[in-house]
Every structure is written in C-alpha cells, then in structure tokens.
Design a protein around this ligand. Structure first.
Ligand code: SF4
Length: 459
C-alpha cells in the first residue's frame, strides 16, 4: 500500500476526520455511484444506518449532518462549513433532502436516520446507505467504513482486504522505521528528502511544494479563525473558547525565542493548538493532520517554529510536513491512526510523533535522531484512551492537543541532545500501540462509554 503525504494531510471540516470527514465522503461517493449508474433520478428515498462508534458518538461528532451533506453532493474539502447548519435546519423543517444538490426527495429524520446499537465485522466506524426506487423496491445499497483520518473504504474493498487502491511502486518504499533508516543511510538522504523522492512518483516537485504550502496556508487560516471567536463551543457542554483571550495575554508578555524553553514560549504552543482544536470543535475549516481530533499538534509545532525562529523559509514547511508524513505512514501501516480502533494513542500519539519527526528534521536532525524524536513522542502517549465527554471532540481533546504539541517539542530537544542511539525503537513502540489498542476495552475507543465520558457525567 502506497500512502502519500496528501493522504495524511487533507483539507476538510471539523469536528472529526473519521466521524465527519469520512462520512461526508461516503455520502458523496454513494451519490456519485448512483449518478454513474444513471440511477439518481429513480431514487425516491434514502436511508442512513449508522453502526458502532458512528452511532455511539456520531451525533456529537456531526456524523449525521455530514452524511446528509455528502448525499447533497458536497465534498469535505470544498464545502463551506458555515452553510451546513442552515441547510440541515432547512431539511428538518421541510423534510426534503436535495439529493446531489438538485433532486428533492422526502427525508424524515426519525424514520431515515437510524442509529443502530450493533457493530459490523470489519471496523467500528461503519455505515450503510440504502436507496429505494419510486416503487419502494431496493435500488442500491452499500456499506462504508470510515477507517480513520478521513479514509473511507466500501464493502467490496473491505472484503478484499485491499484498503487502499493505490498500489503504486515507490522508489524508496518502507514498511518499518528500520527500513526507512536503512534507505536514508544507503542513499545519504534526510527523511524529508526520501519522502520527496517518493512523492515525485505521483506529482512534479512544483506541485508537491505548492500542495504542501496550500495546506500550510489552510493551517494558518484555521489558527487565525480560532483566535477570532470567544464564547462557548456548540454541543451543550458549555466549554469556553480560550484561545482569543490567551492570545491577548501573550501579546502583552512579548515575543519568546524559539530556542528558549520558557513558560511563555510553551504558552504560544498551547495557544496555536487550542486555536485549531476550538475551531475544529466549532465545525470550522480544518486540515486533517492525520485526524481532526488531533489536528492541532502538527500546526502548533510548525507555527511555533515558523513564527519565532530567526531564519525560516517555505522549504522548512515542505520538509516538516514530509518528515512528519513518514512517521504517519508507519503508524497507519503498522498500527492505526483511528481512535475507534486503538484509542487516542492512535490519534494524538501519532500526531505527536509526526510533529516531533518534522521538527527534528528541519532542525537538522539526522534520520536516527528524527526516528528517536518520534519514538520518544509516541512512547509517552501509549495507552491513551479515547473517552470524549458527551461524544464531542472537546474534552479532553482540545487541551490534549496542546499538551501533546509541547511534548513533541520536548521529545525533539531530548533526541537532538543524543546521537540517535536509544533503547526502544520506533518500530517497537508502534507495535506496542497496535497491541495495546487490540487489548483496549471498546468503551475506551471513541464510544463515550467509559473513562472521562462517564466520570464527567456522574459528577
Ligand atoms: S479523545 Fe483523542 S481520539 Fe478521542 S475524540 Fe478526542 S482527540 Fe480524538
């Protein structure tokens, strides 16, 4: 399976990659299939069946609304997030869904949006979409699995075991950190250089750079949006947005030096992460990195570097994202980046390790130091459960991103003080994440049936 940097970083909407971005894509793919088979005009009714984690925490994560927007022909990277609320309100008032954005069909929410208390065999994030013809007969039905990071596979792909249709042969393919290090050594490449060489298989260097800088601009826009708003986040928990006030406070304190690890420097990292994750919780425009729940960590560390280092240029952005993606690929291939599969260690842990790898690379770290930084960052997220209060991506998710962003920087500092030699390898930590996730009780895997989700309600 070949994974590109552009698979791991995608422009989308909040609050969740697996529960919002993936389901919207599934809805849009379903409609696309109906259109290609010339069945669209025959549809009289659509039924949405949400299973497992999509059912348990889907309403808090906007899964229901996102699926509807997909059925309306919207895609996560193109939709205007501010229009989702008004369009859902209109549908609920009129009981009319504009299929593919143009064909009105009846949609009665209580009848047609089903939250089912069962799991499908392949993955906890499952949904079935059913289209009925004018005479009431079944026209088409398909099941989709949102497997994390906005990736979606349909029933046929799941059954075949081929989760990624992309079987591209890469010049420097790697399936483990050991292989990555060996390739870097043999070809005298940095991690980011090796990743660039692989990306050239799909796109020109100019397109790769332009694409990564577009992602960086979207990350910057997300932080700026997150600094604009105050008040409480939607969803009913009354969680207050903190980034705008913190920003005002920090501007009064003054500008820190990136090299100094002062309290105020750490607070800037907190600020960038809080801004992104508050914007995510509010359903704003996001860059999935590699998921939405953990989307604050990678931008926070990059913002910090870009804003406060003495010498920066856009090539730092490109190298940072490429090196980060190398570790994201390892986590995805050998464990998971899905909270529903392995808990939050797969989301925040993977993002923390990715950010550490990216920062170590642009600070001049050797490949072993980059691997060491990622290993330290991931190791200290092992066992992290996913227990979002109220099924919302707010508590503990928002603060957790800030903590993990600071942890990533600390991991880099430790790794760069060494020579890359260390006791536990990144491969061993990723394997441990996979095994710990397999042993983890389902109530700690994005179901909001255990941990903080339960304690907070009891209190
Ligand atoms: S606890 Fe972690 S994995 Fe779960 S929703 Fe929050 S950020 Fe995502």
């Amino acid at each position: 399976m070949a994974i590109s940097v552009f698979d791991l970083f995608k422009i989308g909407v909040g609050p969740s990659s697996s529960h919002t971005v993936g389901p919207m894509r599934a809805g849009a793919l379903f409609v696309q299939g109906l259109r290609e088979r010339n069945e669209l005009e025959q549809v009289s009714r659509i039924e949405v069946r949400l299973y497992g984690s999509l059912s348990a925490t889907g309403v808090g994560h906007g899964t229901d609304n996102a699926t509807i927007m997909g059925l309306m022909g919207e895609w996560p990277d193109q939709i205007d997030p501010t229009l989702i609320g008004p369009r859902i309100s209109e549908l609920r008032e009129t009981n009319t869904l504009q299929l593919d954005g143009r064909l009105p069909i009846e949609f009665r929410w209580e009848r047609d949006m089903l939250l089912l208390d069962e799991n499908l065999p392949y993955h906890p994030n499952a949904m079935t979409l059913v289209a009925y013809a004018q005479d009431g007969d079944l026209l088409h039905e398909d099941t989709y699995y949102s497997v994390g990071g906005g990736f979606v596979v349909d029933a046929a792909q799941a059954a075949s075991g081929v989760l990624d249709a992309d079987q591209t042969v890469l010049p420097y393919d790697f399936n483990s950190a050991a292989e990555l290090l060996e390739l870097c050594k043999k070809n005298d490449m940095r991690v980011s250089q090796l990743m660039m060489a692989n990306e050239l298989t799909w796109r020109s260097e100019a397109d790769i750079r332009a694409g990564l800088l577009k992602l960086w601009r979207a990350m910057q826009e997300c932080v700026n949006n997150g600094l604009k708003y105050e008040g409480t986040l939607p969803g009913g928990l009354n969680v207050r947005r903190r980034a705008a006030k913190l920003h005002r406070n920090l501007q009064e304190i003054g500008k820190p030096n990136v090299i100094g690890s002062t309290m105020s420097a750490m607070e800037w990292v907190n600020l960038f992460a809080l801004a992104v994750n508050e914007e995510n919780a509010a359903g704003g425009r996001m860059v999935t990195a590699p998921t939405n729940g953990a989307a604050g960590i990678i931008p926070a560390v990059l913002h910090y570097y870009m804003r406060f280092s003495d010498v920066v240029d856009e090539s730092n952005v490109v190298d940072y994202l490429l090196a980060a993606a190398a570790v994201g690929i390892l986590c995805k291939k050998n464990a998971s980046i899905s909270g529903a599969e392995v808990g939050c260690q797969g989301e925040v842990g993977s993002a923390c390790a990715m950010a550490a790898a990216g920062l170590a690379d642009i600070l001049g770290g050797t490949p072993p130091q980059v691997e060491n930084a990622a290993e330290i960052a991931l190791e200290h997220n092992l066992g992290l459960t996913c227990d979002p209060v109220g099924g919302l991506v707010q508590v503990p998710c928002i603060e957790r991103n800030a903590i993990a962003a600071v942890k990533a920087i600390n991991a880099v500092q430790m790794a760069l003080r060494g020579d890359g030699e260390h006791f536990i390898s990144l491969d061993q930590v990723i394997r441990t994440m996979r095994d710990t996730g397999a042993d983890m009780h389902d109530k700690y895997k994005e179901t909001s049936r255990g941990g903080l989700a339960v304690s907070a309600i009891e209190c």
